[in-house]
Design a protein around this ligand. Structure first.
Ligand SMILES: [Zn+2]
Length: 243
């Protein structure tokens, strides 16, 4: 086996998922600063203006209509996770595998469920179903309402990369527990927050994370946010899984 054991590796996070759920959609961290924390990651932009994916050191903005563009280095983010991706664990994916089955396959690849993992899936997809948040106007609504405006897109027979994080359940007050991944095609022109997919053929790479660097905003909206909602599990389900 060529896999190396888990070694110390930092995953950086800007703000909290609970803050985003509470409608804190203005960030103080720029894309330029975020790229200083990693060449790989995901998140969103101020006013929920699209989904973010960082691959190969480039930050992309995935817009409501399913299109993608290179993000402005001065754009700000209210929530993002990033790391310098080191593919320490690698496998060929079984052919024609659906998301649910691939999740179980990835679970089996991990040496322990108790670490964080950056996840990169590269290959050809017979289908990828995504949704994308739409830019919000003030006063901001909580995310469970804002995501009612989401657009769902279906991409078929497309090559690209799915990038994101597998996060332990104990982090659910901080991040998105479970697998949270975004898609962008090879041409870097289309993508979104992944709901489901079928991977025709491709490879899976994992980068284990042992250290979390958390940056909390200094804004007054963050200071006064409610970060302990009673229905957190339902809110996470509605905004991130959306079924
Ligand atoms: Zn997302």
């Amino acid at each position: 086996m060529s896999d190396r054991p888990v070694t110390r590796h930092t995953i950086f996070q800007n703000s909290l998922m609970t803050a985003l759920l509470d409608g804190i959609y203005d960030g103080e961290m720029t894309v330029g600063e975020l790229l200083g924390k990693g060449n790989f990651g995901l998140g969103t932009f101020d006013a929920l203006d699209g989904e973010m994916v960082i691959v190969d050191g480039v930050c992309h903005q995935l817009l409501h209509d399913g299109t993608a563009r290179r993000a402005d280095l001065g754009a700000r983010s209210p929530y993002a996770v990033a790391t310098n991706f080191v593919p320490r664990i690698r496998r060929r994916a079984p052919r024609d595998i659906r998301r649910a089955d691939l999740s179980a396959f990835i679970d089996d690849m991990t040496p322990s469920a108790n670490y964080m993992y950056a996840v990169r899936i590269t290959g050809t997809f017979s289908s990828v179903r995504t949704r994308t948040v739409v830019r919000q106007e003030r006063p901001y609504r909580p995310m469970t309402e804002a995501t009612d405006d989401d657009a769902v897109q279906e991409f078929t027979d497309v090559s690209g990369v799915i990038a994101g994080f597998r996060t332990p359940i104990y982090e659910k007050m901080i991040s998105v527990p479970g697998c949270h991944v975004h898609f962008i095609d090879d041409a870097r022109t289309r993508g979104g927050h992944v709901l489901d997919f079928t991977l025709s053929e491709g490879k899976i790479e994992l980068c284990p994370g042992t250290d979390l660097e958390l940056r909390l905003p200094l804004t007054s909206t963050f200071s006064s946010a409610n970060l302990d909602p009673e229905d957190l599990d339902e809110q996470l389900h509605k905004t991130e899984i959306k079924d």
